[in-house]
Design a protein around this ligand. Sequence first.
Ligand code: 4AD
Ligand code: MG
Length: 466
Amino acid sequence: IADIKGGPDEGLDRVGQTLVAMGWVRTLRVQSSVTFLEVNDGSCLSNMQCVLSSDAEGYDQVESGLISTGASIWVQGTLVASQGAKQKVELKVDKVVLVGKSDPSYPIQKKRVSREFLRTKAHLRPRTNTFGAVARVRNALSYATHKFFQENGFVWISSPIITASDCEGAGEQFCVTTLIPSSREAADSPVNAIPNTKDGLIDWSQDFFGKPAFLTVSGQLNAETYATALSDVYTFGPTFRAENSNTSRHLAEFWMIEPELAFADLNDDMACATAYLQYVVRHVLDNCKEDMEFFNTWIEKGIISRLNDVAEKDFVQLTYTDAIELLLKAKKKFEFPVKWGCDLQSEHERYITEEAFNGCPDIKAFYMRQNDDGKTVAAMDLLVPRVGELIGGSQREERLEYLENRLDEMKLNKESFWWYLDLRRYGSVPHAGFGLGFERLVQFATGVENIRDAIPFPRTPGSAEF
Ligand code: 4AD
Ligand code: MG
């Protein structure tokens, strides 16, 4: 359908051609002499309006109700100019074939259904306008991400999902455990298996073939090993955080894009983050016009012009100290009090991005490079309205002694970082990078309020069903 309607004339150039469409019936209107079927195949937001009169082959299946909302069908007909206001062309059907009928209990009927309800129907929600559009924009953002980095000479690195290190040092990791069969029969059925135990207790931490292992919270440390060999690299893959938070911006499983630049400092890092964000936003505005119009009308009014600003205007740069000063001067009362040294909360980020600028770092991880003042680090966050923190990045501590001291100071186990310290022992270079939460980018680009609607199958406390 996109192939036909996506042309410059929205299909008018193909009037007279015999065409076939395959898709799912969105709506069905029976009138005295003709029946209108709106068919969608997911290639674009638009449906193909299919017009059937009683002489069309297979019409009896419409008449008997076999072809109903949700059914999959195959139609063949002639493309004609449409009298309707909503589309330029429609298909005058010669033949319709029911591919798979839809039970009357089909839950996605024409009336508008809430996004909360659709979260309980994660297997069917891609058949709605909103989730179809989100899926296509998410795809476009992912394509543009690879395109940006590839065009700029970055090498894509696959970082591991199972790891022993905790990059952020926040202890928000999921453990990996091995299932052992509880009985002989269970050996054939992993569903009946139980976790490895020690003295009758589940031994969560010793379970990757006898060693502790976790799901990664970030691919950064692995990216650093490749950056200090191949120069500019990036990762793009799933990461996991065991934070038990139920917010509209946190997932237990999310995708992260993590570039790492060698021979680079914090300014290079910020320039890269800006160029990247502007590139992917521009790509979506140029390539997902129909979906963006839909979001602009139904999800977040004015999103197109806001994204245009992002793609074109300079970003405000604010030091941590200036951000704190700004918050201290704010007339607003915050739930979390502000003072120099504190971690910015989302209410503070929201104030900065939505009130102070119509348009902060968190407590510092061990790997961030210490500034000459001895108390701050070379780190940055990129905050955007509505979503808050979209990117967190920093220049990395490339000096061996500084890094060792920092690990000691934070009571982290230096031995386990032997390989990371080696990078500072052999040909260390100044380097910097950042991590962008992909679902937050999808939220920002589509306007969906809840991060659960920015990923096909959200993983949050209590939801891993689909
Ligand atoms: O700020 P974070 O924790 O930084 C890191 O992980 C660094 N190692 C990145 C780097 O420098 N290579 O996470 C980076 C971004 C955040 O800005 C946010 O967009 C996203 O990841 N993020 C989450 N997104 C969804 N759900 C969560 N629970 C998230 N936690 C972080
Ligand atoms: Mg952060």
